[in-house]
Design a protein around this ligand. Sequence first.
Ligand code: OGA
Ligand code: MN
Length: 209
Amino acid sequence: MSHLFEAIPFVKNELYEKIITDIGAQKFCIIDDFFTSDEVVKLRESLMIRFEEDAFRKSAIGNKTNEVIKQAVRGDLIFWIDEQIGNAAEQLFFKKINDLKDYLNRTCFMGIGHKEFHYAIYPKGTFYKRHLDTFQNDDRRKLSFVCYLNSENWQAENGGELVLYLDKEDKFIYPFPGKVVIFESQIIEHEVKPVNTQRLSITGWLKTH
Ligand code: OGA
Ligand code: MN
């Protein structure tokens, strides 16, 4: 009898298995070298090109907040990345994200059908106060994903730590280049401490729809 369809072989991926185990156990996972230094350089260059094109906009915190309130909550500038028209670095970024998403859907039945990612620049002196990544009446965001694009010589003293507020102790994470932090959007409250030096990243969400 001939094959009606060919099953896609399942290849176990150690990194993705670690992500699944960590998120299962502690609701977050930190991967120091999710992106290589070469990939970080290319993504940082893409971010800077968008910035020079004047494509970044002030971030928002909901729909009816005024500018004064907003600046007291978060001060980053963002640019949403379009997967369809992305350059080579952005295509590569989405390939890695899609790979991870497919693996999660296949092994954990997470039902992730949608995603959204933006570049973020935190100018000197800005921060993002303690918050949860889900909006009222919207629970589509399942996993938050942050990837740091700072330069190789980023110093801990530059500030801009991501703080995860956990049950037992708070977790301080330094935004070193190539590092990725993934956490459950609906559970983990977090904050970005003030930066003394411009801080660069990509932030995004894996969503149900
Ligand atoms: C966000 C956020 C964390 C970070 O953009 O919602 O919490 O470390 N970012 O940049
Ligand atoms: Mn957040």
